[in-house]
Design a protein around this ligand. Structure first.
Ligand code: GAL
Length: 343
């Protein structure tokens, strides 16, 4: 009788105070750049060096799933801090704020020490695009050896945005090195891979085959000997924009925004697009992707990683609105913001 009374009293309290009986997931309505970001199961979002695909009303966020200890190999002559490869994660969302974990969509291959996806290797900066004509989701990623001498790209395919992706293998596009990389699909369906090549000295733009699985015979080198990394490409009002970082490993440096009338170039630097505290070091972060918000032709979100080099799984995300001021893209710091803040 007494237990029954206590239960009824708790139920009443729950209703009165609007408390949920079990731990309810917090609904997010604000981006808080650099702060902890939890998914709808209250786990920290784990999708580093990532990119977004918008498909049939849903955003899919793919990134490096970083778990376990961060180590500096005993042979290291530079700060190539690493975690063992776990795989590429995928999260889904309809509002870009509240994310659901879809799982590891391309998993490591722990039993084959020679495999590109063995935990001892490097798998970074995955990007996924959809091929309308083949109906396949295509992932390109940076594949490397632990000492970063392999400098290749890998390709994987899936018939569903949430995987599983089937790994097809790695190569150097047209024999050239490929490290930090991104993908871009133009309005006419032509896709491009853009990567740091030539020991990171020069960016290469590779137009892809119609099935998006291989590079074509053209390679467009840009910003030769400028040492740019972390490329992110977007298009606005008929012009192409390219956001990059400098080359300082996991440490932040000054970003650059370039513009071109054609993706083939010529590309012109517009300088650093960041405005606000720590703008000279990209708000203590490094670019990974620029996302065009669905339904808003002039709404872009610039996505960055705030790396914690000695504890890479604790790295965070800095997402900021990208706006245009006098025709120039600008990325202004906000402690908090949401999609209604676009002017
Ligand atoms: C950065 C690069 C990262 C990672 C890191 C390793 O320059 O952007 O993706 O490769 O170097 O030090």
């Amino acid at each position: 009788m007494k237990t029954k009374f206590i239960k009824a009293w708790i139920a009443l309290l729950v209703i009165e105070l609007g408390m949920a009986p079990c731990s309810a997931q917090q609904f997010l309505d604000t981006f808080k750049p650099g702060q902890a970001w939890l998914d709808d199961q209250d786990n920290a979002i784990n999708a580093h060096g990532g990119g977004i695909l918008y498909h049939q009303g849903v955003y899919y966020w793919y990134g490096e799933y970083k778990q376990g200890g961060t180590t500096l190999p005993s042979w290291a002559t530079w700060e190539c801090y690493r975690t063992d490869v776990v795989g590429i994660s995928c999260y889904s969302s309809t509002d870009l704020l509240n994310w659901h974990y879809e799982g590891i969509v391309l998993a490591a291959e722990p039993t084959d020490s020679l495999h590109d996806l063995h935990p001892s290797q490097v798998v970074e900066r995955p990007k996924v695009i959809y091929n309308e004509s083949t109906g396949q989701f295509i992932m390109w990623m940076h594949i490397d050896s632990a000492d970063y001498t392999k400098a290749s790209c890998g390709v994987a395919v899936s018939v569903s945005p949430t995987g599983p992706f089937r790994y097809l293998g790695s190569f150097r596009p047209l024999g050239h090195m490929s490290r930090d990389q991104t993908l871009f699909v133009d309005d006419d369906g032509q896709a491009y891979q853009i990567c740091s090549s030539d020991d990171n000295a020069t960016l290469h733009i590779h137009p892809l085959s119609a099935d998006y699985l291989t590079p074509t015979l053209t390679c467009i080198p840009i910003f030769e000997r400028w040492y740019r990394e972390a490329p992110a490409v977007f298009k606005y009002d008929g012009k192409y924009y390219l956001l990059t970082s400098g080359c300082s490993g996991w440490d932040p440096n000054k970003a650059d925004m370039a513009v071109a009338d054609s993706i083939q170039g010529p590309w012109t630097s517009l300088g650093n697009p960041c405005v606000g505290p720590n703008a000279e070091i990209t708000f203590n972060a490094q670019s990974t992707f620029v996302l065009q918000v669905a339904g808003g032709p002039s709404k872009f979100v610039a996505m960055f990683d705030r790396w914690v080099k000695t504890d890479l799984p604790s790295s965070r995300y800095v997402w900021l609105p990208l706006t245009f001021s006098d025709g120039c893209p600008q990325i202004r710091w906000h402690d908090m913001w949401n999609l209604t803040d676009f002017r």
